[in-house]
Ligand binder design. Structure first.
Ligand code: CDV
Length: 312
């Protein structure tokens, strides 16, 4: 029997600084209803889907940014989304900032995605592994990308969970640019990877990349899908948010590497595809039969070495 999973990638347009959680959750629920009309069983929202992309501003006292983080999930603001999704029998994946109390009065801050099953149960919360940007204030930039100030990198790595009748993995934004992200999940048999993102079109360290943002976005997700025989659902928060234009181009990519559905604009929009999870085995059992063809005994550097070492 074929395992079909109808997925909606729920792209968001901008969330401005003064938009409330209640306003945003109303938008998430409107997208949920649109997805339901298309028969979706799983709705995937972007990275930091409850707030504006606040790492674009630096604050000297990080506790003054505490209001951007959730301290529990679900919570009062998001409970209506959880309730409505459960009522409709739809699961979802939601990106947000999480703040946790740690021993000795410490605080831990994470960029996360929570995956929720169709019955409302939480499958897992994934913490972002690759944290891009900078740790300190860089006043010469037109806008900050201080994710490395606001978030710790995950200590957990990439998991894969049995959910939605298949093997589901998660990654967040910058993770999608790294082949290791896909491969670690590929080695656990992943059949669908869910990835929210916020990608400013202007890349401050090298503006020559600006015009290539859409190309690079597709390039990494299409190659990651193909090389691991998995579906990839990439979901943007796009449009002009607090003056910063961000990439849309939400897409659903098949295990063949082909884009099967893509957003047309950069505002709130759903992109739906009926995904055959069994299609993955066409690639996993042939060209990318890892057990038969991989040479891990020759790949040691990937795990033992971080930066480049050039021979003398
Ligand atoms: N939110 C992100 O992780 N954004 C990065 C930008 C900074 C390059 C990305 O990889 O899209």
């Amino acid at each position: 029997m074929t395992r079909l999973l109808t997925v909606a990638a729920a792209q968001l347009g901008p969330i401005q600084r003064d938009h409330t959680r209640a306003q945003v959750v109303d938008r998430l629920i409107a997208l949920l209803h649109a997805a339901h009309r298309h028969g979706a069983e799983l709705v995937v929202y972007p990275e930091l889907a409850l707030t504006t992309f606040f790492p674009r501003w630096f604050v000297d006292d990080i506790t003054t940014a505490d209001h951007w983080y959730e301290t529990s999930m679900p919570n009062v603001a998001t409970q209506p989304l959880f309730d409505e999704a459960k009522r409709l029998g739809i699961g979802f994946c939601l990106g947000y900032a999480l703040r946790e109390a740690a021993p000795a009065g410490a605080t831990r801050r994470w960029n996360v995605q929570t995956l929720v099953e169709r019955d409302g149960s939480i499958v897992a919360t994934y913490k972002k592994t690759h944290i891009p940007g900078h740790e300190h204030h860089e006043p010469d930039r037109p806008f900050q990308h201080a994710e490395r100030y606001y978030f710790e990198p995950s200590p957990d790595g990439f998991g894969v969970w049995r959910a939605f009748g298949g093997l589901i993995g998660m990654m967040i934004c910058n993770d999608r640019r790294w082949p290791e992200s896909y491969r670690v999940m590929g080695l656990q048999g992943v059949e669908m990877i869910l990835c929210g993102y916020n990608t400013p079109i202007h890349y401050v360290p090298d503006p020559s990349q600006d015009i290539l943002q859409g190309f690079h976005n597709a390039l990494v997700m299409q190659s990651g899908a193909y090389q691991n025989g998995t579906w990839v659902v990439g979901v943007a928060k796009g449009g002009v948010e607090e003056g910063v234009d961000s990439l849309g181009q939400t897409m659903i990519v098949a295990p063949s590497g082909q884009i099967v559905a893509q957003a047309l604009g950069s505002d709130d929009e759903i992109v739906v595809a009926r995904c055959d999870l069994d299609w993955c085995s066409r690639y996993k059992d042939t060209l990318f039969d890892f057990d038969r063809y991989r040479r891990p005994e020759l790949y040691g550097r990937i795990c033992s070495q971080r930066g480049v070492i050039v021979a003398d």
